[in-house]
Design a protein around this ligand. Structure first.
Ligand SMILES: [Zn+2]
Length: 94
């Protein structure tokens, strides 16, 4: 069963006989993406933190390059502290 069939069956529960639009699937997938971003585990975060801080120090473009990392930092105090510490170290070694 592919993902469209799954969504079609879910929609049929609420609105029987309605044709499922591709646009609806795309929106649904975006929501799933967002949820996944919010659930980025901290260890995955740490793996990308070096890169993020590096980009931040060099061009201040880190947020644009890695919005998910920024998002995680806003929500996770622990990783944010780690980020601040790394940033301080890098800025002082320039
Ligand atoms: Zn975290």
């Amino acid at each position: 069963m592919n993902i469209k069939n799954i969504f079609q069956r879910i929609q049929n529960i609420f609105k029987p006989q309605a044709e499922l639009q591709d646009e609806v699937i795309v929106r649904f997938l975006r929501i799933l993406e967002d949820v996944r971003a919010e659930e980025m585990p901290c260890d995955e975060m740490f793996a990308r933190l070096d890169e993020f801080v590096e980009a931040e120090v060099q061009s201040h473009d880190a947020e644009k390059l890695m919005p998910l990392v920024r998002e995680h930092l806003d929500m996770c105090h622990e990783c944010d502290e780690e980020y601040e510490a790394l940033l301080t170290v890098l800025e002082n070694t320039k």
